[in-house]
Write a protein that binds this ligand. Structure first.
Ligand code: CO
Length: 134
């Protein structure tokens, strides 16, 4: 059911510093900052030949990544995102199999303008999983 790895997201305490690391130390192409108030993050995208990396910094009160950074102040891998052809069919199949879909279970529009859902990390080996409709 899952397809390509769309991106790996890394939560960072300082997006500017992380941008410098990826752009200057690692020599990667880093996008402009993009604020995503609906998701409580500011994000930059790093385009790699085979996938993307997203660097996430908390935006506003109650950002969903703040608790993660409180536990891991230096930052760390926050989630992985897999592509699916049909997000509603994928959701229904996962729920049938007992997986927990976060939030109200309805897809939201993600950072790439496509519908996304998140799956509970306890059902996926301790890793928060995002599904994005390809
Ligand atoms: Co993501």
């Amino acid at each position: 059911m899952i397809g390509r790895l769309n991106h790996v997201a890394i939560a960072v305490p300082d997006l500017e510093a992380a941008t410098v690391t990826y752009r200057d130390t690692l020599g990667a192409k880093v996008s402009q900052r993009q604020e995503e108030p609906d998701h409580g993050v500011t994000v930059v995208f790093i385009e790699l030949p085979n996938t993307k990396i997203e660097l996430l910094e908390p935006l506003g009160e109650g950002s969903p990544i703040q608790a993660f950074l409180d536990r891991s102040p230096a930052g760390g891998i926050h989630h992985v995102c897999y592509e699916v052809d049909d997000i509603l069919a994928a959701r229904d199949r996962l729920k049938e199999q007992g997986a927990r879909v976060l939030g109200d279970g309805e897809p939201k529009i993600g950072a790439h303008g496509k519908p996304v859902l998140f799956l509970h990390p306890k059902d996926f080996n301790g890793t928060l999983v995002e599904l994005e409709q390809a």
